[in-house]
Design a binder for this molecule. Structure first.
Ligand code: COA
Ligand code: AMP
Length: 633
């Protein structure tokens, strides 16, 4: 048996005896029926876990805690730093509200396997809607509020929801974002039409309702009859979450039922070191994977109190907001993105706001979404006085690939590393030919198959794309799309992406998708989008535009239109505000745009003249153009 206080021993056990390891983890959740086969790898890489088992996600997150006598424990605290309001729900109250909303969905004809899109800001009802879908076996797809109508329409067409659940508005500092007009436009743009839309009218803005299609949340709930949990196959899909790939068509990452419950439940004690009853806060958004796994599902599976926070780390109203939430709600673990801490550090470098609050309840801080830079790690460690743990994961994986695990054994923290591969993950670093590199050398970060439970079993409607994107280049491995290295002590380092995905404020964006929008501008002949370094957001997209010949309008006018177009087509979340007109783009002799070299020039880091470049003089022109935006100098 492994030594439960030794990380290496637990890890080794998971690799040598994966069945025993995951069987033990699976014993900790509720099953309507146990599995026949723990792992079915007959269709690798499309691995299935707990085949033949039956359970329900909502039952594991809510009902079982009520049935075990914990109905009075607080399940959700909603804290809006924008409106100044707070509210909370016990597990019993949550069960009642979820059951009634599940009844609304049933009345709208939603059943097992039907899709429901949820387009909502950080309100408790977003969590209720997700759990209600899980309760009746519907597949939810949450779309982040910062995406524009066009992006919402793409998702509507891909997953074909029977019902869309939305709120009248989201609240950003200083402005109300009306969601309903965005939703109406998305439905207009899409080929598929939902049967109905359930709209939560928020007090800040009343949405106009479309007769015959739109239903008021509260009216519908008032007339609803509670719906019970439906027993689902372990491998039935729980949700689809769209994420950026290299093209404008997002990838619909699917999560299945039992693997997610088992893995996420395991992480709460072992990675985050929280016990039932503790307060856990993931300061993210329900529209991202962090929100799915760590605002909603994992804390509720593990009977933690979860915080649904509407606000920003700064400006709502000041850089002390996070400390206020921690001390007021007795938060034991905070999980957020490094960019949030960079924002706080910038406004409060000496931690003066922190001194106003007692944050002694905080046990550790977990960061993910992008690499934690050493400065931020140091600042957070010095000011909070708790372990600051960088951990690496992706929408596809649903939980961390690498992390320090204080719940097992806190290993020494090394700056720039998310520590070691977690149980279930066998990581290797391969060169372009698929051969392992020497220890310490950089290559593609890959995971040996099979992937552990809780990871994505497929992409929605895109099995071939799944194979092509993740499993074709290195047979027998999952290609993470990240590059990095593993040091002599087995610590892994994530250095960059190997594709055209960039990371803006912890959000994953496709430069290809932004290029598609820019190229649709009538005056743009060609373009390239780079992710340039940014002190606050990690990276920012910067567009280099080549105009069509004969265009005689002012560059600035066209740039402004391009910026507005990206905001309209992709949404404000793209944070696309930098663009420059250039005469030509640097290319290889075979016509490939040298984006990597352009990025290095923009970031002012060492670069080599590519041997295959068509015309080196273009790089001087590009450098001069980037300088006009304050880059390349
Ligand atoms: N609905 C509508 N618009 C939204 C939105 C939403 N749900 N969320 C963000 N936006 C808008 C913002 O208002 C902003 O618009 P602007 O260009 O008019 O200012 C734009 O989208 C970019 O938003 P954001 O990336 O949040 O930038 P910001 O400048 O408002 O805040 C940070 C910067 C660093 C404070 C912020 O990104 C942050 O708190 N990040 C935390 C990290 C995080 O949540 N990561 C998720 C994965 S863990
Ligand atoms: P997402 O799917 O949106 O969560 O984005 C996943 C991507 O974010 C990863 O592939 C990495 O490129 C990056 N990422 C997430 N966490 C980390 C981390 N701790 N260190 C470095 N990069 C990270």
């Amino acid at each position: 048996m492994p030594d439960k206080n030794s990380f290496d021993s637990v890890y080794q056990h998971s690799i040598e005896q994966p069945e025993a390891f995951w069987e033990e983890a699976a014993e900790a959740i509720h099953w309507d029926r146990k599995w026949d086969q723990l792992i079915d790898d007959s269709d690798s890489p499309f691995t299935r876990w707990f085949v033949g088992g039956k359970t329900n996600v909502c039952f594991n997150a809510v009902d079982r805690h009520v049935e075990s006598g914990h109905g009075d424990q607080i399940a959700i605290i909603h804290d809006s730093a924008i409106t100044g309001s707070q509210s909370q729900l016990t597990f019993s109250e949550l069960k009642d509200r979820v059951s009634l909303f599940a009844g609304v969905l049933v009345q709208q004809g939603v059943g097992k396997g039907d899709r429901v899109i949820i387009y909502m800001p950080m309100v408790t009802e977003a969590v209720i809607a997700m759990l209600a879908c899980a309760r009746i076996g519907a597949v939810h797809s949450v779309v982040f509020g910062g995406f524009a109508s066009n992006e919402l329409a793409v998702r509507i067409d891909d997953c074909e929801p029977k019902v869309i659940v939305a709120a009248s508005c989201g609240l950003e500092p200083g402005r109300v974002i009306e969601y309903k007009p965005l939703l109406d436009k998305a439905i207009e743009l899409s080929r598929h039409r939902p049967d109905s839309c359930v709209i939560l009218q928020r007090p800040e803005c009343k949405a106009e309702m479309q007769a015959g299609r739109d239903i008021d949340w509260y009216d519908a709930v008032a007339q609803s009859t509670a719906a019970d949990c439906v027993s689902m196959d372990a491998t039935d899909p729980l949700y689809i979450l769209y994420t950026s790939g290299t093209t404008g068509q997002p990838k619909g990452v699917v999560r299945d039922t039992a693997g997610g419950i088992v893995a996420l439940n395991w992480t709460m004690k072992n990675i985050y070191n929280v016990n039932p009853g503790d307060v856990y806060w993931a300061a993210s958004d329900v529209g991202w994977v962090v929100g799915h796994s760590y605002i909603v599902y994992a804390p509720l599976f593990a009977r933690n109190t979860t915080i649904v926070f509407e606000g920003k780390p700064v400006g709502t109203p000041d850089p002390g907001t996070f400390w206020r939430v921690i001390s007021q709600h007795n938060v034991k673990v905070l999980f957020t993105a490094p960019t949030a801490f960079r924002a706080i550090k910038k406004e409060d470098p000496n931690g003066d706001y922190l001194k106003k609050y007692d944050t002694s309840c905080l046990q550790s801080l977990f960061l993910a979404g992008e690499r934690t830079d050493p400065d931020t790690l140091q600042w957070a460690t010095d000011h909070l006085g708790v372990p600051v743990i960088d951990h690496w994961w992706q929408t596809e994986t649903g939980w961390a690939i690498c992390s320090n695990c204080p719940g097992i054994e806190l290993l020494p923290i090394k700056q720039g590393s998310p520590t070691k591969p977690l149980p279930g993950w066998q990581m290797e670093v391969l060169d372009d030919e698929g051969k392992p590199v020497k220890r310490g050398d950089i290559g593609s970060l890959v995971a040996k198959l099979p992937l552990p439970p809780g990871t994505f079993p497929t992409l929605w409607n895109a099995r071939d794309r799944m194979f092509e994107s993740y499993f074709s280049r290195f047979p027998g491995y999952y290609e993470s799309g990240d590059a990095g290295f593993i040091d002599e002590e087995g610590y892994l380092y994530v250095m960059s992406r190997t594709d055209d995905v960039i990371n803006v404020a912890g959000h994953r964006l496709s430069t290809g998708a932004i290029e598609e929008v820019l190229a649709s501008h009538p005056d743009v002949a060609e373009c390239a989008v780079l992710g340039v370094n940014d002190d606050l957001k990690g990276e920012l997209p910067l567009g280099c535009l080549v105009l069509s010949s004969g265009v005689e309008r002012e560059d600035n006018e066209i740039i402004a239109e391009c910026i507005a177009l990206v905001r309209e087509k992709i949404g404000p979340v793209a944070a696309f505000k930098l663009a420059v007109v250039v005469n030509r783009l640097p290319k290889t002799r075979s016509g490939k745009i040298l984006r990597g070299t352009m990025k290095k020039i923009a970031d002012n880091v060492e670069w080599k003249m590519p041997a295959t470049i068509d015309d080196p003089v273009i790089l001087d022109e590009i450098t001069a153009s980037l300088k006009t935006l304050g880059y390349a100098s």
